[in-house]
Design a protein around this ligand. Structure first.
Ligand SMILES: Nc1ncnc2c1ncn2[C@@H]1O[C@H](COP(=O)(O)OP(=O)(O)OP(=O)(O)O)[C@@H](O)[C@H]1O
Ligand SMILES: [Mg+2]
Length: 308
């Protein structure tokens, strides 16, 4: 699948058909971020990446920027030693092409991490141009990917800055719990800083609910509240709570691959389609010259209520 191929490119997957005529030229770089821990960032990265690669036949690279290395493990890799981890590429110890690993899923590669990435983060934070290290790494990739999906750690440190600076879009998973959006103001602040100080091109592609259990009244209350606050920026797809995801991590196979018919896999497929549609309509609006009003916050254009 070549994104941005001249005109009328279409892709199909089972029952879903998505027009990607307007997807911009490659590669699309998306971070999944929320400094709150355990909200489903990694599960989203591996399942969306697997849908893109397996169902839509895209070339996808997952960049594991979390020292926990969960994305690498969830994609079926053994723990890697530091000299074969992303740390080696970030510190210029090895060229990135020697670090990229294939996964059991065709067309899906990963830049794996391990716990030494925490020390690498400290090293990077002492370097000039520290926010752009991952961006530079991506520029030096030896092959062309359609999508680069970056998993981020549960904090707003230098690794997350790097992920956001290297990305065109950020996706924000939110658990439907009280206080679950409290920390988002800080994430938005970081994004604003990246815009104002570093002229980053990052935009919030959308927020979405994860681990949704509709048996609880609070789920409905929080959904309503988020709809009110986030408007269009809250994606319509929700990821249900399901033990299948945990099983997938344990097996080293994304749930969408090992149990594609489960409701949670269908939800991740729908989320991927919605993401593609958003990116498509975003590009269309740029093409039509209605991408935004000069001086207006990009977050505001995307309907993010900054009082969140
Ligand atoms: N939709 C879901 N239903 C049930 N369990 C889930 C769901 N999504 C993720 N989990 C489980 O919740 C835990 C945290 O998920 P995950 O690792 O994706 O979150 P994270 O935001 O990446 O965490 P961290 O901040 O530590 O990196 C994991 O055990 C995962 O299997
Ligand atoms: Mg994670």
């Amino acid at each position: 699948m070549v994104i941005g191929a001249p005109h009328e490119t279409r892709m199909t997957s089972g029952t879903s058909q998505t027009d990607v005529t307007y997807l911009p030229r490659h590669p699309l770089r998306i971070s999944v971020a929320n400094q709150k821990g355990g909200v489903g960032k990694t599960s989203t990265v591996v399942n969306v990446a697997a849908v893109l690669a397996h169902k839509f036949k895209m070339d996808v690279l997952v960049v594991d920027l979390d020292p926990q290395g969960h994305a690498s493990l969830a994609l079926g890799l053994e723990r890697v030693s530091t000299e074969f981890s992303i740390s080696a590429a970030l510190t210029s110890y090895k060229p990135v092409k020697e670090i990229i690993r294939e996964t059991p899923i065709d067309k899906l590669h990963v830049l794996p991490s391990n716990e030494d990435l925490a020390a690498t983060e400290e090293y990077i934070s002492r370097q000039p141009g520290r926010e752009a290290v991952v961006s530079k790494l991506i520029e030096s990739l030896p092959m062309r990917y359609d999508f680069i999906i970056i998993d981020t750690p549960p904090n707003l440190g230098v690794l997350t800055f790097n992920a956001l600076y290297a990305s065109k879009f950020v996706l924000v998973p939110i658990q439907p719990r009280y206080f679950s959006i409290d920390g988002l103001r800080r994430l938005y602040h970081v994004i604003e800083l990246l815009h104002s100080r570093l002229r980053a091109e990052l935009e919030v592609l959308g927020h979405f609910l994860t681990m949704v259990d509709n048996r609880y009244k609070i789920t409905h209350e929080i959904r309503q509240d988020l709809r009110h606050r986030l408007g269009e920026s809250l994606l319509r797809t929700e990821i249900p709570s399901s033990v299948r995801l945990e099983e997938g991590h344990f097996l080293g196979r994304p749930c969408v691959i090992y149990n594609p018919d489960s409701p949670v896999s269908k939800a991740y497929e729908a989320l991927t389609v919605e993401i593609l549609e958003r990116i498509g309509s975003h590009s269309r609006s740029i093409t039509a010259g209605v991408g935004g009003v000069e001086g207006e916050s990009k977050l505001f254009q995307l309907g993010v209520d900054k009082t969140v």
